[in-house]
Write a protein of this length. Structure first.
Length: 320
């Protein structure tokens, strides 16, 4: 009975399939639909891979080789010692002559900020810099320049030195003249320090009058970017300069001078016509306090014209 029933069921299934095929000829059996869908999916994937294979090189070419992303503008901020146009020129020289692997660094995506930073730091005397890319054609350079701490005069050349004693920049000085020393007056008030007028440097240059001014009496040669003075000398001169500014005394520094840049001794020239021998390995504040005490107790009340005060020996003071 079961066998007969199964035969009848299969018979009716065959009839139903033939009926559907006649009634709905556009529809295919489920097995055929499933197999056809798989073939269609494979065709779509194949087309997608072909499309990506064509598009990928075009995308790479567009972003890395087309002129659409070529750098066309350089911006510089933070430049005071250096002219911003000089910095721009250095950046353009780097961009036009360097490649990042096979790609030109004219392209903003291919520009190596690290390599450009090293190039600029090796050329410019700066403390730091920051490079940023701005969509889609601009490179911005922010400089942190080394700050000048003293002005150094050797021969007729003037330079600024940083805190390490390195020459940063040559300063062009024009219309320089030294005022002639006046003869001491014979009618000075008794008990007061008398002196001729000091030497004054008259100029219309870019000299920063707020910086300590040091003269190299040996007239040595200076090379920009190389060390001229020790860090200790720079620090000491600044400390002496500031210590005297903090006092209420009417004594003022006109300039410092050194017989040799490598020596630790120097002279401090004053607006009273005398100079002071100093030793840079001593405490600047203590030496200024000692100087002012000597002026109050021994010099101002003596009525004598002095040439110099020697403070190089911590235990002994010489006055001439």
């Amino acid at each position: 009975m079961k066998l007969i029933s199964q035969r009848k069921t299969k018979k009716w299934e065959r009839k139903l399939t033939k009926f559907r095929a006649k009634k709905f000829p556009h529809k295919k059996p489920r097995m055929q639909e499933r197999g056809g869908g798989e073939k269609t999916g494979k065709k779509h994937k194949k087309s997608l891979f072909i499309g990506l294979g064509i598009a990928a090189p075009l995308i790479v070419w567009f972003f890395l080789f087309s002129q659409f992303f070529h750098i066309s503008s350089i911006e510089v901020s933070g430049a005071s010692v250096y002219n911003s146009e000089l910095v721009k020129t250095l950046v353009w020289q780097y961009i036009n002559t360097h490649q990042n692997f096979l790609f030109s660094e004219k392209n903003i995506f291919c520009l190596s900020k690290k390599d450009l930073s090293l190039e600029l730091q090796n050329t410019l005397f700066i403390d730091d810099l920051k490079i940023s890319k701005r969509p889609f054609h601009t490179v911005h350079i922010t400089l942190v320049e080394k700050q000048p701490h003293v002005t150094w005069k050797t021969g007729e050349q003037h330079y600024t030195l940083d805190s390490q004693g390195v020459a940063l920049e040559e300063i062009t000085v024009t219309n320089v003249a030294l005022q002639t020393l006046a003869e001491p007056s014979s009618e000075e008030e008794e008990g007061k320090l008398t002196s001729p007028q000091p030497e004054l440097l008259i100029d219309d240059s870019r000299l920063n009058k707020n910086l300590p001014f040091i003269i190299d009496e040996s007239a040595g040669t200076v090379v920009l970017g190389e060390k001229v003075l020790t860090e200790n000398i720079i620090s000491y001169v600044k400390a002496v300069h500031q210590a005297l500014l903090n006092e209420t005394s009417d004594l003022h520094i006109t300039h410092f001078s050194m017989t040799q840049p490598t020596f630790t001794e120097l002279k401090m020239h004053t607006d009273k016509g005398f100079y002071v021998y100093l030793e840079s390995n001593t405490n600047a504040k203590e030496q200024i306090d000692k100087l002012l005490l000597i002026l109050r107790e021994k010099v101002n009340n003596s009525g004598k014209q002095i040439e110099y005060i020697d403070l190089r020996d911590e235990n002994t003071v010489y006055i001439k």
